[in-house]
Design a protein around this ligand. Structure first.
Ligand code: TIU
Length: 227
């Protein structure tokens, strides 16, 4: 497959699927299901369901096109040795990181709540990247994985738009990657933050990326395959 034309804002983007990774950020039970980290922070976790079907669309299209797929998970070691004290201490959550909850310890690797939701479960061979921070590049081997894969463009989905998706796109942009937020495949506990978060990426001529949507990405890949 040669260059694919993606309808996007502020301008269409040509990309090579062989040099593009789909990065699905933190579609974990801890953020999307009751009893997890997101709910301990006082959020209505049902708002994040909006991203699930669009993420499925992106995932199916990426798999069909043979693209590199990377799933990220935010979380910490069981002994919390990699969790900044400031992250644990901040706010007034109903439970803190590491506390026991109905899906196991909050935001701890290996616990049921830390796992990716069943509807978007990684396929064998897909990269699952554990990250301690909001950005997917911070203290991970993502840069090495992308370099080894010859990747120059990231299609980014997941949750939440203004926190881990934004941080990852900002990190990727600064490292020279062309970063596209797949808008409908992202979601936030704050609909206004989601909307404005996408606006911020594409303002000023695309100051740190592009914004497209799941149907555009799937359609562009399908059209390129048929050509
Ligand atoms: N994955 C991610 O965005 N982590 C967060 O903590 N997001 C919130 O919006 N809380």
């Amino acid at each position: 497959m040669s260059e694919v034309q993606l309808p996007a804002e502020p301008a269409p983007l040509g990309f090579d699927p062989a040099r593009t990774a789909v990065v699905i950020i933190d579609m974990q039970r801890d953020f999307l299901e009751p009893g997890g980290f997101g709910e301990t922070l006082g959020n209505d976790v049902s708002l994040l369901q909006a991203a699930v079907v669009p993420c499925q669309t992106v995932l199916a299209a990426a798999r069909a096109a043979g693209m590199l797929v990377i799933h990220t998970r935010e979380g910490h070691r069981a002994d919390l040795s990699d969790a900044p004290p400031a992250k644990i201490a901040r706010g007034a959550p109903s439970k803190r990181i590491g506390d026991p909850g109905p899906m196991g310890r909050i935001l701890i690797r290996g616990e049921p709540g830390h796992d990716i939701v069943a509807s978007l479960y990684p396929a064998p061979g897909e990269v699952v990247l554990d990250k301690p921070g909001k950005g997917a590049f911070h203290q991970t081997d993502l840069a090495q994985i992308l370099q080894n894969g010859g990747i120059d463009t990231l299609m980014v989905c997941g949750v939440t738009t203004e926190v881990c998706v934004h941080t990852t796109i900002r990190e990727g942009n600064d490292r020279g990657y062309r970063c596209v937020a797949i808008g409908d495949a992202c979601a936030s506990y704050f609909p206004e933050f989601h909307r404005v978060g996408l606006e911020m990426i594409k303002a000023q001529g695309g100051i740190f990326g592009w914004v497209s949507d799941s149907a555009c990405l799937a359609g562009a890949l399908a059209a390129a395959k048929a050509a």
